[in-house]
Design a binder for this molecule. Structure first.
Ligand code: ADP
Ligand code: MG
Length: 692
């Protein structure tokens, strides 16, 4: 693709502002814009015109179908395709699409998880267009981003709460800014999610049942070469991968997704794509699409794209970094330290709001990244531990400490500064300075690094927005009534920073000492998914979400149940896949090799050769086979004994099934190191990670 074509290609499959302005009558365009900006309802005659234009545009691009596109609680995206055709009564068809079809869909929703919110007999749920996220064409289908609700109005998706949380934080941040004499209409969270992934050869993928069914390898002894030479990170990209990346960029650009940076990551076969940041809900939709497109484009290039958090033991897994900030409709980034004393006081107040929000909601942020896959990653030597903490960098830490201690801060040993004075220029883009922090301030945004690579980022951002909205609400209530704003501001900031300073940590988050230290600071450390998820419905959290109109208690409970259920199902699938691989692949291969060995030992012995070493090998393999079979039997039995109740089942999976699986894996992996490669029934780590 020639460079000059890029602007033409970008967004060419999106019914974006440019297209709307061109195609819609002026009054309709204005009315739609008002809906997008102010969240007002779309009138039906306007919807009809928009739908007709959208259809004409889509058909001109080759689309034959349309689909409401939504994000049920599983976190993946769902779609149901309808064609545009409509019989005209004379045996012919017209291409038709009404405003009603655009605005509202009614998928038979009984098969989507609802955590008990919607009994199957009330199967109908409906999807409602989110006009703030543009419709787009993919695979000859017009996709309409929608929210998904039950017939009684309970939310069943990840998008609705995100949109609500965006409203909540806007309301409170606008209030805060008013205190500083600013009249802005709207404050919007912006998000740039960096996406990590693995690319492996499709032929290897096809031969691994574990990868196909569970997304990760359940077996595999380490390759002699791993990532120890640190030669992959930012290394030169092999041509086959480069071709994939070029194609990926092109497909994403067509969909209006601003894919910006592509590079190799730490582990062999691991890569990353970072887009330019966008409004939180649009970034969420775009990230969901990105993951889908990555898989599709990979297939075209003979690759399988792995988005699992830990596809391979012993080398880094994949995460997603959620860069987050707040921007006003006047274009001000609220986490950009300002140039004047007043701007700096404002910056420190917003910073304090985030510090308070993270400290008070460690549980929620932790559980927003909880899954069976991410449990393998968090707390390993590659990702932040399951403990929340914030990195602010030395300069800002000194400013914070000086406020807490009521003294004047040192700035690089020269300038002395105090709150309400101009802060020293903070180094921007300092994210590489502390890669081990789960939540880092990186100059003018925060980077939350605990997310797993396969996650839908909606949940994390809903929580982040709501938690910060709550901090701001409390601040606003206190400051709005104060006689002397400046004094009240100082008192509040000093008090809140002192109260929440335990969450600040600039050191090595991967170290054992930090775990100890965090414990003595009283920070939470929920190591496993079931330990974290049950706190979703703690009274404090129910109150928080209710107050800001994000979730009702029932909606929150349903989310907790869906995620707990998802966890136990995932572990069960892994356990059953493991059993199948042990019994049908690993044991038969090991028996076959040891039998050959036994035959050769017997015949060599007959002619008087010393076969002691070979005999020992044969004996050790045979012993391993017995041990593996009995571990498998135990795993099988334990799977059957799984309790009915989802909560008990989840805990049981973590306490019993995962340790069982670890035992089986240990032996199988040892067998892999001694059995003839020609007999081994699947590609090994060396094969997979070092393909050409
Ligand atoms: P890194 O060093 O971690 O790769 P970058 O500075 O390249 O970080 O940015 C990473 C991501 O942060 C990108 O997706 C970028 O668009 C996003 N980002 C930058 N500014 C903001 C902002 N104000 N709000 C949200 N995301 C942002
Ligand atoms: Mg980053």
């Amino acid at each position: 693709m020639a460079v000059k074509e890029i602007p033409e290609i970008f967004g060419s499959m999106v019914f974006n502002d440019h297209v709307m302005r061109q195609m819609l009558p002026k009054t309709v365009y204005k009315s739609l814009k008002r809906t997008m900006q102010e969240g007002t309802a779309l009138e039906s005659d306007v919807a009809d015109v928009v739908a007709a234009c959208m259809k004409d545009w889509a058909v001109s691009k080759g689309a034959t179908h349309f689909s409401h596109w939504f994000q049920p609680m599983t976190g993946i995206t769902a779609e149901k395709h309808d064609s545009f055709i409509s019989p005209d009564g004379n045996g012919n068809v017209l291409m038709d699409f009404s405003g009603k079809e655009l605005v509202k869909g009614e998928p038979d929703a009984s098969s989507f998880p609802s955590g008990g919110l919607r009994a199957t007999f009330e199967a109908r749920g409906y999807t409602a267009w989110d006009p703030t996220s543009y419709a787009f064409i993919k695979d000859d289908t017009l996709f309409i981003p929608t929210a998904f609700c039950s017939y009684t109005g309970q939310i069943l998706d990840k998008k609705t709460p995100l949109l609500r949380s965006m409203d909540a934080i806007s309301v409170e941040a606008v209030r805060t800014l008013r205190l500083f004499g600013k009249s802005v209409k709207r404050v919007t969270p912006t998000v740039g999610p960096e996406q990590e992934y693995f690319l492996i050869d499709m032929r290897d993928y096809e031969r691994r049942l574990d990868l196909k069914l569970t997304g990760r390898t359940l077996f595999g002894s380490p390759s002699p070469k791993g990532q120890e030479k640190e030669d992959h990170y930012f290394g030169s990209i092999r041509p086959r991968v480069k071709a994939f990346m070029a194609d990926l960029d092109e497909e994403l650009w067509k969909l209006g997704i601003p894919s910006k940076t592509e590079h190799n990551e730490v582990a062999p076969c691991q890569h990353e794509m970072a887009p330019v940041f966008e409004t939180a809900n649009i970034a969420t939709d775009a990230n969901q699409l990105t993951m889908e497109v990555m898989k599709q484009v990979a297939e075209k290039h003979g690759f399988a794209c792995l988005l699992h958090e830990k596809p391979f033991e012993g080398i880094n897994g994949s995460g997603k970094h959620n860069n987050w900030s707040l921007t006003t409709d006047t274009g001000e980034n609220l986490f950009d330290p300002g140039k004047t004393p007043s701007e700096n006081a404002q910056f420190i107040l917003f910073l304090t709001a985030v510090i308070k929000a993270v400290d008070e909601n460690q549980d929620l942020l932790r559980l927003s990244v909880a899954s069976a896959g991410n449990d393998h990653r968090l707390g390993g030597n590659e990702a932040p531990p399951a403990i929340l903490s914030i990195f602010v960098g030395e300069e800002l830490e000194e400013v914070i400490n000086s406020i807490i201690e009521g003294r004047i801060a040192r700035s690089g040993g020269r300038n002395r500064i105090e709150l309400g004075m101009v802060l020293p220029k903070l180094p921007q883009d300092n994210s590489d300075r502390n890669r081990t922090s789960p939540f880092a301030f990186t100059g003018n945004k925060f980077e939350f690094r605990m997310l797993g690579s396969s996650f839908n980022i909606a949940c994390t951002n809903t929580i982040l927005n709501t938690a910060v909205a709550e901090s701001l609400r409390v601040f606003n209530d206190e400051l709005e009534g104060s006689a002397d704003f400046s004094k009240a501001l100082h008192v509040l900031i000093k008090r809140e920073l002192s109260t929440h300073s335990r969450i600040l940590f600039n050191g090595n988050g991967y170290s054992r000492e930090w775990e100890e230290e965090a414990k003595s600071r009283g920070l939470l450390n929920y190591k496993r998914t079931p330990d974290a998820l049950v706190h979703y419905t703690d009274e404090k959290n129910v109150e928080l979400f209710k107050r800001h109109g994000i979730y009702t208690r029932e909606e929150l409970k349903s989310r907790e149940e869906v995620l707990i259920d998802e966890y136990r199902k995932q572990v069960r699938i892994e356990a059953l896949t493991m059993l199948e691989m042990i019994r049908k692949q690993i044991v038969p291969a090991s028996i076959s090799y040891s039998s050959k060995l036994a035959g050769s030992v017997a015949s060599k012995k007959e002619i008087g050769l010393d076969v002691s070493a070979e005999l020992e090998l044969c004996r050790s393999i045979t012993n391993d086979i017995s041990a593996l079979l009995s571990f498998a039997d135990k795993l099988d039995e334990d799977v059957r004994k799984t309790p009915e109740d989802v909560y008990e089942a989840a805990r049981y999976s973590a306490d019993v099934l995962i340790p069982d699986m670890d035992s089986s894996r240990g032996i199988a992996d040892h067998l892999e190191t001694v059995v003839d490669k020609k007999e081994w029934p699947m590609p090994t780590y060396s094969d997979i990670l070092f393909y050409c």
